[in-house]
Write a protein that binds this ligand. Structure first.
Ligand code: NAP
Length: 253
């Protein structure tokens, strides 16, 4: 497709954290961005920031785990913003607990948001991408995919997303669509603040202890992930597909 056409992008879980930084970064790259999150009013601040910077954005309230909510949200983006040709499956939740204390409900919630959500969003968006013969899907995995105490549900979902990504790459490649995963390490957001709270440790103390094991000697920021997404969403990354990029400040996790 022509490079002067404005492409629409959807970022899920974009009201805050990594999703918000990614939505703003993709807007700065020239994408019209759907800022999708559970609560539409919570998306307003990010939409306003993008618009104030001269970009185009639309706030969309949807639950990524709900089939009809996803279908209507993706079609609404196509109607109001343009065909979604970039999808960032970023929405996430944690329900951490040791295996013997983990409820089936906590297992299901995490699977539903990360795995079912990414499946439903990708299935809904791919019809626009295949039509355009161009598309980019970026799934948010995690270093926890390699195993993390207290996260049997989350690590299984994040490892599952890596397999999902490879299969999307195989099925959709012939339509000019790439699918890749980004696996962040420790990023300072409300999610990591919640982890510190659950462990009963002040956030700064928790972060400083984690940073001791990070090669570059600092914690991650949402913008570190947004930069990687912007690269994978661009035309220059068209020969990279089915990969998982660890963005964790070093080889260790
Ligand atoms: P966050 O600050 O908790 O933000 C997640 C966002 O997703 C929230 O706005 C949340 O909305 C939204 N969300 C949750 N369930 C949803 C659903 N069913 N439908 C639509 N939106 C939903 O998380 P983050 O730290 O930015 O993480 C973003 C992604 O990166 C997640 O997939 C996470 O697993 C992954 N990740 C994060 C880290 C890290 O260190 N922070 C590391 C590795 C991977 P509500 O506020 O309404 O719940």
């Amino acid at each position: 497709m022509s490079t002067d056409t404005v492409r629409a992008a959807i970022v899920t879980g974009a009201a805050r954290g990594i999703g918000a930084a990614t939505a703003k970064r993709l807007a700065a790259e020239g994408f019209a961005v759907a800022v999708l999150d559970l609560d539409e009013t919570a998306c307003k601040a990010v939409v306003s920031e993008i618009e104030a910077a001269g970009g185009a954005a639309l706030g969309v309230g949807a639950d990524v785990a709900d089939e009809s909510s996803v279908e209507s949200a993706v079609d609404r983006v196509a109607d109001e913003l343009g065909a979604p040709l970039v999808l960032v499956n970023n929405a996430g939740v944690i329900r951490d607990n040791m295996l013997f204390k983990m409820s089936a409900n906590d297992w299901d919630t995490v699977m539903n948001v990360h795995l079912r959500g990414s499946f439903l969003m990708s299935r809904a968006a791919q019809k626009y991408m295949t039509q355009a013969k161009w598309g980019r899907i970026v799934n948010l995995s995690s270093t926890s995919a390699l195993g993390n105490r207290g996260q049997a549900n989350y690590s299984a979902a994040k490892a599952g997303l890596q397999g999902f990504t490879k299969t999307l790459a195989l099925e959709l490649g012939k339509f000019g669509i790439t699918a890749n995963a980004i696996a962040p390490g420790f990023i300072e957001t409300e999610m990591t603040q919640a982890t510190a709270e659950r462990m009963g440790v002040p956030f700064e103390q928790f972060r400083d202890a984690v940073v001791k094991g990070i090669a570059v000697g600092r914690s991650g920021r949402p913008e570190d992930i947004a930069n990687a997404v912007a690269f994978l969403a661009g035309d220059g990354a068209g020969f990279i597909s089915g990969q998982t990029l660890y963005v964790s400040g070093g080889p260790a996790v």
